[in-house]
Ligand binder design. Sequence first.
Ligand code: C2O
Ligand code: CU
Length: 480
Amino acid sequence: MMHGGPRRSFSRRHLLAAGGAVAVAGLVPAPWTRCAVASYAMTVSLVARPSKVSMVGANYPETEVWSFNGGVPGPEIRVPQGSRLRVEAQNALGRETTVHWHGIRLPNAMDGVPYVTQDPIADGGRFVYEFDVPDAGTYWYHPHFASSEQVGRGLYGPLIVEDRKPIQVDRDVVWVLDDWRLARDAQIVDDFGNLHDMAHNGRLGNTVTVNGRIPGAFKVERGERIRLRLINAANARTFALDFGGHKPVVVAYDGQPITPHEPSDGLVVLGAAMRADVVIDMMGKPGERYVVTDRFYARAHYPLLDIAYADAPLRERPLDAPMSLAANTMPEPKIEEAERHRMVLGGGMMGGMTGARMGGRFMDMREMMHNGKAWAINGVAATGHMMDPLLTLQKGRSYVLMLDNQTAWHHPIHLHGHSFRVIRRNGKATPYSEWRDTVLLNPQDQADIAFVADNPGDWILHCHILEHQEGGMMGIVRIA
Ligand code: C2O
Ligand code: CU
């Protein structure tokens, strides 16, 4: 199996690795060895608590947020591939919470889903997460308890798993994107969970931040090669970034390597929770500025930030070095033999869904809305904490899930505990069969995803527009 053994063997490995560090340090060249040596447990402590941050600048009061360790985003956790991560999570929020490790293929008990994989962490309580990180890439962490409000108030942070053999770049940069609904006094508008957001596009805000603040200029030098790790931590907003004449080359989606390519129209599209690693050769003119624009929503394009060039170039021609990342460790699904299941997404305004099963009986749309729900998967709206599985899969078998969006809205659908290949869209094979953990479905879209059900447990499948998730677009995939 891909995961480490029980705790017992962990302490032995820990000692071996630590001993190894003493013995070989300085003898074998970096960087691979440095990673190998470092791959014993790394311990991080996260405290979820209210705090204040300067988000919109000095002319406004600080914004009251909920944060990990006082900052938005929370601390960047960076670990070498194959190492073990131990996180001591403390809850000082004044309400229950959990931490979920989005995209990491870890043992079910560490997945951070309240009532499904663990009890919520009580206020004043603590929970230790400990797991191996099998795959390199760009991930993130966030609560999975009352997610719309908790993530929406700022609880999230980047989790970077370093490649054993990194590609050559001048800088590795992380941009965590978020979208906030702020009032004039720079405070978060307290209308989480309203039915309008839930039944439409989710909680779209009015203030977009990069790494927790309204971004200033991003300074570069001509000729510089940058690996930009984009993480969409917004509750609902989809981004389509236009880099103002630059040519972003996508090298990974959701942490997983893909054949390096320029995306169609040059736009890097990220639904909620999705990540993209792009390599950009900064070939603009010294001293000039270029605007990065978000073009996702028609009639609502806006400039995100400026790329500002230094007066002196770093180099005249782009670096001549490969961009392909080494493959990760997911087992290859056997598509021919795979068992296939259709998952129909229904509900929302203008969707034509008449109702769904909720808490064991059929409710019409009006009654659903009255009970705070508007969405369903295969005719079931998720309610309460205990859910019957939507699907029960056999451990080790290959599966194709045919996601069928019968709604008028976008849905970034996320499966926990696995990465999957997106093999078909709207009846056509996809050009790269890319691996992902979250797939964005346009209105009325269909997408087939394929994976080996190798990780036992009850895993959540849900829309990552957090208001849709809370509105019922969620279910359990059981692997036994
Ligand atoms: Cu990003 Cu169910 O999670
Ligand atoms: Cu959705």
